[in-house]
Design a protein around this ligand. Structure first.
Ligand code: NAI
Ligand code: MG
Length: 503
């Protein structure tokens, strides 16, 4: 408690470079040019560490969205990107990765100002993550190809049959506010490698790094019109992108609610759709663990990025023999995770992204208390101008409570006891989500049995949120459709054409 009261919630000074970027005129990046929105409307940019408006971005209208789609369509149809030799696409993408790396400190500061995440965290997670997505996918640009196949029902001597891989075309990529640059790069990388063209729509709360990325995209030599960046609201420009007849694919990361809506809206034009949605990921702690290592691991699984992580370990299941010990171990991490302003070098956790998210998370904590949950850690918010919420553990919960069933997307974990493996597997699967899970044990048999029983796209053992671009990532059940990253990630941007020739 005492350690926490010494925290100052005063945001630190911005660098001169950041001030210059924040003072830029609001503009959209369409066909390689910076243009104002058609109606001149803007959206305020807030620093959640202070609650202050620090900049403005352009609010893309439907007309602006149509212009961006037309630019991407023309850039795709004339082959200015897909027609390049793969080695050229690869080299330009590698140049972009180098530029992002070279501007890493500046991008980490922008992310800290925009999202509220500690600059130090952005510097070791978001920026290197963004770079690795582009470098990894750049390699695929030169390694795509179909196969020669032997027909089954026709004599092979008179026939020549093969497949060709082609880019799907114009891609609308709509990303959320929790990892803005990382999500943008995760999305554009496979599309660029495949030869697609792109309209990237960052979240209206956090568009600063996507705009800076547009500068670097131009500097890297990606031709005009290949990547267009539209800042604006989801229900206006996002909605238009999803319904636009000239868009071939929609890739979305965000809430399950909007993911379902996008899937419906994309149906009329039968677009390719990949969806990366919400989660309520279980973390299972078996009785054999070293509590001193596991408790901080379970704390990190939920408190990293203020719990605003699709794979956050938000349902904790601890074997009854060590339940109290693990909860005490997590509660002991309170000084480490105490929320601080994002530019405070001591920060490990910042505020939540917005007032909306702050109200939502505190609303869930109150609902949990009303439903009978007890607070084992946190459970409140410090008094400050920014959107800080203290890291929170709720115990004495039951599977009917909203805090157990719904995605909170904040630093709040619900902890439950279990007795045996089958029981905990069943409890872990008692959710509409299936994005990820964590298992903590030295018992390899238990590890593999649980890994196979839990219905989730990713399972971690003795760690959490270790995401690597080489491994496919995506959700079971209502956590999504399709896979990103790895070979599956590039395939999601390719069409396959079968050519059958009678000789
Ligand atoms: P959201 O799903 O509404 O927004 C994500 C992106 O979709 C943004 O770029 C937004 O502009 C766009 N969008 C919104 N409505 C759209 C529409 N009708 N058509 C096309 N695009 C649209 O998420 P929001 O409102 O920012 O947050 C609400 C909740 O969603 C959060 O409290 C959290 O629980 C969850 N969430 C989950 C994320 C995840 O990675 N699983 C990421 C962000 C939010
Ligand atoms: Mg929304």
């Amino acid at each position: 408690m005492n350690e926490m009261t010494t925290v100052s919630y005063q945001q630190h000074a911005y660098s001169e470079g950041a001030k210059t970027l924040l003072a830029r005129k609001p503009a959209l990046f369409i066909n390689g040019e910076w243009v104002a929105s058609s109606h001149g409307e803007t959206i305020a940019v807030e620093d959640p560490s202070s609650g202050q408006v620090v900049s403005h971005i352009a609010d893309a209208s439907v007309a602006d969205t149509d212009r961006a789609v037309a630019a991407a369509r023309a850039a795709f149809d004339d082959g200015r990107w897909s027609g390049l030799a793969p080695i050229a696409r690869e080299r330009i993408m590698l140049r972009l990765a180098d530029l992002i790396e070279a501007h890493g400190d500046e991008l980490a500061e922008l992310e800290a100002i925009d999202v509220g995440k500690p600059k130090s965290m952005a510097g070791v997670v978001d920026i290197p993550g963004a770079v690795s997505h582009i470098r990894y996918m750049a390699g695929w640009a030169a390694k795509l190809g179909g196969e020669t196949l032997q027909p089954y029902t026709m004599p092979n001597s008179g026939m020549f049959s093969y497949t060709i891989k082609e880019p799907v075309g114009v891609c609308a990529q709509i990303v959320p506010w929790n990892f803005p640059l990382l999500m943008a790069c995760l999305k554009i990388a496979p599309a660029l490698a495949a030869g697609c063209t792109i309209i990237l729509k960052p979240a209206e709360q956090t568009s600063l790094t996507a705009l800076r990325l547009a500068d670097l995209i131009a500097e890297a030599g990606i031709p005009a019109g290949v990547v267009n960046v539209l800042t604006g609201y989801g229900h206006i420009s996002g909605d238009r992108l999803v319904k636009h007849p000239d868009v071939d694919k929609v890739a979305f990361t965000g809430s399950t609610e909007i993911g379902k809506l996008i899937n419906k809206n994309a149906t009329d034009t039968l677009k390719h759709v990949t969806l990366e949605l919400g989660g309520k990921s279980p973390v299972v702690v078996m009785p054999d663990v070293n509590v001193a290592e596991t408790a901080p691991g379970a704390a990190g699984a939920i408190f990293f990025n203020s719990g605003q992580v699709c794979v956050a370990g938000s349902r904790l299941f601890v074997h009854k023999s060590i339940f109290d010990e693990v909860i005490e171990g997590i509660a002991a991490t309170a000084p480490f995770w105490a929320p601080r302003p994002s530019l405070d070098p001591a920060a490990h956790m910042g505020p939540l992204v917005s007032k909306e998210q702050y109200d939502k998370v505190l609303g869930y904590i109150e609902a949990g208390k009303r439903d009978g949950a007890s607070v084992a850690m946190g459970g409140d918010a410090p008094s400050a101008d920014g959107y800080y919420v203290n890291p929170t553990v709720l115990v004495n919960v039951n599977p009917q409570m909203s805090v157990v069933r719904e995605e909170i997307f904040g630093p709040v974990v619900v902890a439950q006891r279990f007795e045996d493996l089958d029981e905990v597997a069943k409890a872990a699967n008692d959710t509409c989500f299936g994005l990820a899970a964590g298992i903590w044990t030295k018992d390899l048999g238990a590890m593999h049995k649980l890994a196979s029983k839990i219905k989730a796209g990713t399972v971690w053992g003795n760690c959490h949120a270790m995401i690597d671009v080489a491994l496919p990532f995506g959700g079971y059940k209502e956590s999504g459709i399709g896979r990103e990253q790895g070979r599956a990630g590039i395939e999601a941007y390719l069409e396959s054409k079968s050519v059958i020739i009678k000789l």
